[in-house]
Design a binder for this molecule. Sequence first.
Ligand code: FES
Length: 306
Amino acid sequence: MRQSLLPPSRRAGKGRKALARPSVLAERIERAHSLDPVVHSLSDSVVRALPAGPRTDALHGVPFGQPAHPALVRLPLGCWTSAVLLDLFRGTERASAVLIAAGVAGTAPAAATGLADWSALHQDQQRVGLVHAICQAGAATLFLGSLAARAGGRTGAGRALSASGLALASVGAYFGGHLALRLGAGTSHAEQVSHLSGLGWHDLCDLSELPDRRPVRRQLGYLSLLVYRQGSEVSVLSDRCSHLGGPLHQGRIVVERGAACVACPWHGSTFVIADGTVVHGPATARQPSFETRVTASGRIELRPRP
Ligand code: FES
């Protein structure tokens, strides 16, 4: 294969700069410390407004077992895309206006769930999330302006504002995708237990080695495990929190709904120690857990729970 000897800037054409890929821009935003004052103050306000509890858990999507935000953003994006397409045809002004209004109304639940998730992210993720939110707020404002223009009989201006709003919403969606798919916000960070441990029972350690009612970390091959002993009963969870990978063995032991639970030291996600059920978010994915048994010689054996 022939390779160009020109430096990249020359290959792009004399006097013209090479087009940066959008992912390069997103990576710059990840490192944009100038955003931090806004990130900190907004994050503090959201945390104050959304204390831990059932309402915040619902915003994270705990009852559904998945983050609620990705599902809810479909309403505004779908309505706005449809409205802009309808604008290409005659006699569709009323239908377009209805779709725009429905999309604007749909931004409220989408923003509430997005802010709840955003407030429990790492700082690089929050910087990208902030730009994503600014784009979507700007898009909603343009669509509101479009509605006002249409109501005032300025249909051409209304169509132009809608098209601009959709373009900005698409840029925001790109940063949302970067946040979820590149930076892993909203995906499970628990170790892939079924891929990392073999089938059948595995020997772990002696029961007498474990302190009573104090979580400890043990290693099983590549897997880090939280091990918790209560008398002769031993519970084992994957140690990497499914939210963003926090070390669960450093978490607090609490009792919720009558069951011993572990609260993650990073953002407070709370899991039932016996089976990894999520009690409180921001995590929504169940923490992988293991069945255990104690042999006659006092050794603990475990296998992944199906
Ligand atoms: S890493 Fe966020 S709650 Fe565990």
